[in-house]
Design a protein around this ligand. Structure first.
Ligand code: G6P
Length: 474
């Protein structure tokens, strides 16, 4: 296979494998902003994407998909259990989200994480041409930058961390805290969602490794006694804004939005929550607040319906199974207590939907509830804003979501404060149209100006600048 000048390394490939009734294999683009953002770069540079095809024990040759070389990395059932469900999603995920669930530190999981990170690093090293740029994505692959640099010192390596980086007091729980920091520092540029995440990372590096940090630069000593500077700073990710605007303007999608309202019995207000079913999203807090508002009579059952889309996620991890039970119990209790034959309090959907249907839901929703207890960015908040081409609707947004840094005119809440959350919901439900417009317009400007293409350009420009200062040739 020809070598690529630009290589993305991510836990997942940007496609899903579907096997038809006749046994025919089809690969379909998986929904996600990253794929869209990188498409042009991929095309210009003969790009390659290294990732797991999403199923255990799937062995597949590299193949071309829409002009990008896809390089599948095989994970055995054991790798999936120990590296993906275990270390990635039962150690790092809860630890980095402020221990909302208790992280489990298991040595066999760590061993598998090292082993699988080595496999990804080798696949990337094999795919990259001399002097190529490699962009590693997210917490499942924190060791890849260092491993890759050892295999291929000629490469320029970037890493983007899509989830939060925790405060030092929490991070220091990790038994392998030094190895993870060293792994990340193999990159020339380490990108975070928020300024605070980059700050937490720099502090961990100072405390654990005693490396010198200056503004966004970290001096990394080399074995030969010299040193290089790695850049660690915020690059807040975004969405493919134009495609949301375009969908929101489509008459068929607007008609679908009206149909959704109709099918819910045309309540005065529709409230909406859209999340992966994850304990970081604050779904229970939202349900509690809404349930109490109905109980207090501050919101009447005829006046509002909450539509909660909770897409299935990581279903074999214990904490996720427990969460599902808790949420479904809460929904059933509230509905059992409050529903009438004609109206339902909460319409709960444990399903994923196509993007078009999501945009129709965004257009149907008067109030969007994003109540994450901790979230790297929360792209749902940006999708809602992008879709509101009518400049209406109210976003209730947790201050613990990265999006709160940019969407300053949302109704900002601390989701742990149930009374404040209730107050924000009432305020959103009652907000006059002119105020909705003023707030929404300001947020829309942000999301229109800073889309995912701008994000990837700014990251790749910083990476290119680091290459220039290194003095190597492309
Ligand atoms: C978050 C992570 C991604 C991950 C996604 C879905 O957004 O930052 O890296 O791909 O969740 O989770 P999954 O475990 O299904 O890949």
């Amino acid at each position: 296979m020809t070598k690529a000048g630009f290589v993305v390394v991510a836990n997942r490939l940007p496609v899903d494998r579907i096997v038809g009734a006749d046994g025919e294999e089809i690969w379909r683009t998986s929904p996600g902003g990253l794929v869209t953002a990188l498409e042009p770069v991929m095309r210009e540079t003969d790009g390659a994407w290294v990732g797991w095809p999403g199923q255990a024990d799937l062995v597949h040759e590299p193949f071309d998909f829409d002009g990008t070389a896809l390089i599948p990395v095989t994970l055995s059932a054991e790798d999936v259990e120990l590296y993906y469900e275990g270390f990635s999603n039962d150690t790092i995920w809860p630890l980095y989200h402020d221990v909302i669930a208790a992280p489990r530190y298991r040595r066999v999981w760590w061993d598998a994480y090292v082993r699988v990170n080595e496999r990804f690093a080798r696949a990337a090293a094999d795919a990259a041409s001399e002097g190529a740029t490699v962009w590693v994505q997210d917490y499942q692959l924190q060791l890849v930058p260092k491993l890759l640099r050892e295999l291929r010192p000629d490469l320029t390596i970037g890493y983007f961390h899509h989830i939060p980086f925790p405060a030092y007091g929490l991070y220091s729980q990790l038994p392998w805290r030094r190895q993870v920091l060293e792994g990340l520092l193999g990159a020339d540029v380490i990108g975070f969602q928020r300024v605070a995440d980059a700050g937490n990372f720099a502090r961990a590096v100072r405390r654990q490794l005693r490396f010198e940090t200056k503004a966004t630069g970290i001096r990394v000593p080399q074995e030969d006694g010299s040193s290089r500077v790695a850049l660690a700073r915020a690059f807040p990710i975004s969405i493919d804004t134009a495609s949301y605007v375009e969908m929101a303007r489509r008459p068929d999608i607007q008609a679908r939005a009206a149909e959704i309202r109709e099918s819910l019995g045309n309540p005065k207000r529709i409230l909406l929550g859209v999340d992966r079913l994850d304990y970081t999203k604050g779904i229970q807090h939202r349900l509690k607040a809404f349930g109490e508002l109905l109980e207090d009579g501050r919101i009447g059952i005829e006046d509002a319906t909450l539509v909660q889309v909770a897409s299935p996620s990581r279903e074999r991890v214990q904490a996720y199974m427990e969460l599902r039970d808790e949420i479904e119990l809460a929904v059933a209790r509230i509905n059992g207590d409050r529903d009438t034959l004609g109206h339902t309090a909460i319409r709960y959907l444990h399903q994923g939907f196509p993007r078009e249907e999501m945009v129709a839901l965004y257009l149907a929703a008067d109030v969007m509830l994003v109540t994450a207890l901790r979230d790297g960015m929360n792209l749902v908040a940006k999708e809602y804003v992008a879709s509101r081409v009518d400049n209406r609707g109210t976003l209730v947004l947790s201050e613990f979501a990265g999006a709160a840094d940019e969407l300053g005119t949302a109704l900002r809440v601390n989701p742990h404060d149930i009374d404040a959350l209730k107050q924000a919901i009432v305020r959103a439900v009652e907000m006059p149209s002119a105020e909705q417009g003023r707030r929404m317009r300001a947020m829309r400007r942000k999301v229109l100006d800073n889309d995912v293409a701008a994000w990837s350009h700014s990251f790749l420009d910083a990476l290119e600048a680091s290459r220039t200062t290194k003095g190597s040739t492309p």
